[in-house]
Design a protein around this ligand. Structure first.
Ligand code: UD1
Length: 362
């Protein structure tokens, strides 16, 4: 088997969680160059994940920072192109659906470097989501499509993509399985001064919610009327907008809402595992709730993780106060949680898929 030279590009919080097991599996037999775009740059949004998850220090950091979609994506591309030309990897590995994914995928494909996409085939069928645009474009220019679920394989099929598709399972399950035993939930509960099953855990960062005064207001109103405290780990963009929309005072005065800064991976899982339910518009956290058997209320009208809804563990409520309250009042704990996200060895399956495509002699 030929030793492959792979450039992996990450930049945002969920990508660090996905890359952790893949970096480890890749480096057993291949050379990996890790590039951080700098899309997320705060300690709590970036460094803490590298530290906790044991991700190697990036070889390059493009320090692109925040900006509009076009500016952020555009600023990354010439830097990535230069790096790809200079390093001449066998392939570029990208993750998920962020602007970093799009910039790396486009830059590589246009100079003829194969792109492999981890978490390929996910669709919300809502093109107003910037992530949906990123996914569609990156899937259509990828050479190897590493799908987490059967539904994602079928989505690709429906778009005419059949070649290079591998069902590998979900890498976030690898991370959750590996770290679950290191997580001391009781220490986390002490830190946040809550009791097991005595609170809801919430996160909100999706542009459709956090950039809309109406949606954010409706979510705050629902949290305010809960029967148990809501521990809300607030993303920086959401905090900024709560202040801008004049909602921060209401949040701070609420007896039910407790806002806390963004939490690390281990704290997130610690808080999630002991919560009555998760209230979120995150994609990855809907699955993490499923992994640990915690009911989820998704503050969106649609989800890419359709299995969680079909199996009864997730309810879609949009940003609608009454629907959110009704979902929380009728939480379900179905008896079964089939292994729809694989067996927690997706990283190894990804390495094998890459070897099967590129591991022969050049
Ligand atoms: C991005 C991804 C989203 C992913 C999310 C995880 C895109 C289009 N969206 O959204 O799919 O679920 O990451 O969190 O790529 N900010 C900081 N510090 C940081 C990072 C961001 O203060 O370290 C603030 C800035 O005000 C910035 C805003 O958050 O403008 C939005 O950040 P950005 O990376 O553009 O998008 P996310 O909302 O994090």
């Amino acid at each position: 088997m030929r030793k492959l030279k792979i450039i992996s590009v990450v930049g945002a919080r969920p990508q660090f969680i996905k890359a952790a097991p893949v970096c480890k599996a890749l480096r057993a037999n291949h050379e990996e160059i890790l590039v951080h775009s700098g899309q997320h740059y705060d300690y709590a949004m970036s460094d803490v994940f590298f530290e906790q998850l044991g991700i190697p220090k990036p070889d390059f950091n493009l320090a692109v920072g925040s900006g509009s979609h076009a500016r952020q994506t555009g600023e990354m591309m010439p830097m990535l192109e230069e790096l790809f030309v200079e390093q001449a990897p066998d392939l570029v590995l990208v993750y998920g659906d962020t602007n970093t994914t799009l910039a790396a995928g486009l830059s590589a494909a246009k100079i003829g470097i194969p792109v492999a996409h981890v978490e390929a085939g996910l669709r919300s069928f809502n093109r107003r989501m910037p992530e949906e645009i990123n996914r569609i474009v990156v899937d259509h220019l990828s050479d190897v499509l590493l799908c987490p679920t059967r539904a994602s394989v079928m989505n690709l099929e429906a778009e005419g993509i059949g070649h290079g598709v591998h069902l590998v399972g979900d890498v976030m399950l690898d991370t959750a399985r590996f770290f679950a035993e290191n997580i001391d939930s009781s220490a986390t509960l002490d830190t946040f001064e809550v009791e097991r099953n005595g609170y809801y855990f919430a996160t909100v960062h999706r542009a459709g919610n956090s950039d809309s005064a109406a949606n954010l207001g409706a979510i705050v109103e629902a949290f305010n009327q809960m029967d148990k405290p809501v521990i809300w780990a607030v993303h920086p963009r959401t905090l900024k907008n709560l202040a801008e929309f004049g909602l921060l005072g209401q949040v701070q005065a609420s007896e039910m809402i407790r806002i806390v800064p963004p939490v690390s991976y281990l704290e997130t899982i610690g808080l999630l595992r002991s919560a009555c339910a998760l209230l979120t518009d995150s994609g990855g956290m809907q699955k993490e709730a499923y992994f640990f058997g915690i009911p989820c209320v998704t503050l969106r009208e649609e989800t890419e993780w359709v299995e969680t809804v079909e199996l009864g563990w997730n309810k879609l409520t949009g940003a609608d106060t009454n629907r959110i309250l009704a979902a929380v009042a009728s939480l379900e704990h179905p008896l079964s949680r089939p292994a729809v996200y694989g067996d927690g060895h997706a990283a190894q399956a990804i390495v094998e898929a890459l070897e099967s495509h590129y591991g022969g002699n050049r």
